[in-house]
Design a protein around this ligand. Structure first.
Ligand code: EPU
Length: 341
């Protein structure tokens, strides 16, 4: 199997952080995955396109960077099924489907990253999540040394969360994702920025509107290195929400099925006057405060320190402890920001 030693990951993470891995493996087949048993017993990190990862130290763990490609389509009278290998690019898959008249993914256009990474954090945008379409996920289990299929139910999808970030973390790798799209398509236009589109618009119109919206708010990582939303939108209980709503009547909020209320972390960060705030080459983006950027050769640690500063400021102002959506990776594995109480 192809591998490289002392490999710089700067071009392989969208924060453009300089970090070096002692060795990177590029498995292309299940057979090659099977040969990685010694590696997967130690500390390793599976890297897709590196668009949701922050390397916080100069050295990273051993990296596994899968190289599985291919897309298959099948159909019945009622639906299409699209099966894509994990290393396909997510946005290319969205465009491929829309071009073929397979509708459903248009709201998820331009989300950076690979197909295999998409279910891990249940990518979502503009009122749609990948979980809405998942039929099954093919999972190569390092312990069993074989592939298994997980149904949507078994993936335990939640907001930016799944079994792959919980019980199955570091225990295997997603090699394939199968999505199902019912042919009786309906536009999803509930998100504020999309409700200007007419009810008769097609999936391509929606995809173009989403691309325009994203380009207007989110910095292009090729120009200003970043990993999209750095924090998750926090959920608070109704009592805490009511107190905050009294203090800030204009607070945006999204009631949840469990009675809690989700708040917009970007709004909180902006309200705390941190939009555009800069510290040691790291910055809070000036058009979307949920995005942290590397504006001047920041180190991973600088971005992490800015995240800690944002987290603390938001706690001091609102009593809410933000948690990152981005995964922070040190030489000895994943690290987390402390919850503030
Ligand atoms: N807002 C502000 N100031 C800001 C940013 C947002 O006041 O700097 C307010 C907005 O005006 C709006 C609310 O906060 O009232 C929500 O903002 P927005 O619609 O931009 O969405 P978001 O909650 O900030 C989430 C996702 C994005 C996704 C958008 C659109 C998370 C963590 N982020 O952001 O996902 O594109 O919704 O659906 O859920 C990503 O994960 O990388 C990502 C970009």
């Amino acid at each position: 199997m192809k591998s490289q030693q002392q490999f710089s990951l700067q071009k392989h993470n969208s924060f453009a952080i300089t970090a070096t891995t002692p060795v990177i493996y590029y498995p292309k087949t299940i057979q090659e995955l099977k040969s990685l048993t010694t590696v997967t017993k130690g500390i390793f990190y599976i890297l897709g396109e590196g668009s949701n990862t922050l390397f916080v130290e100069d050295i990273t763990p051993v990296i596994i960077n899968p190289d599985f490609l291919g897309i298959n389509i099948s159909e019945t009278n009622d639906y299409y099924e699209v099966s894509a290998a994990c290393s396909e690019n997510w946005h290319d898959l969205v465009c491929f489907c829309i071009k073929k008249g397979i509708n459903g993914l248009e709201n998820l256009a331009l989300i950076p990253g690979s197909v295999g990474a998409a279910p891990v954090q249940n990518i979502g945008a503009y009122g749609v999540e990948i979980a809405d379409f998942i039929e099954s996920v093919t999972w190569f289990d390092f312990g069993k040394n074989k592939s298994v299929q997980l149904t949507r139910q078994e993936c335990q999808f939640e907001y930016r969360n799944s079994i792959f970030k919980q019980n199955l973390k570091n225990k295997g790798i997603i090699t394939n994702v199968t999505l199902r799209f019912i042919k009786k398509w309906q536009a999803k236009l509930s998100y504020q920025g999309l409700n200007r589109l007419s009810e008769n618009c097609n999936a391509l119109d929606i995809m173009n509107a989403v691309i325009e919206l994203r380009n207007s708010k989110l910095p292009d990582p090729k120009i200003i290195p970043n990993a999209g939303s750095f924090f998750k939108n926090p959920e608070v209980c109704s009592d805490q929400f009511n107190l905050l709503k009294d203090r800030f009547p204009e607070l945006p909020f999204y009631p949840q099925k469990n009675g809690n209320v989700k708040l917009a972390a970007g709004w909180l960060i902006e309200k705390a006057n941190l939009k555009g705030y800069q510290m040691n080459g790291a910055a809070v983006h000036n058009k979307q405060a949920l995005v942290l950027t590397n504006i001047e050769s920041a180190k991973g640690e600088d971005i992490k320190n800015l995240a800690i500063y944002v987290q603390k400021t938001i706690f001091d102002n609102f009593g809410i402890s933000l948690q990152p959506e981005v995964r922070m990776i040190a030489e000895q594995g994943e690290v987390f920001l402390k919850e503030i109480h």
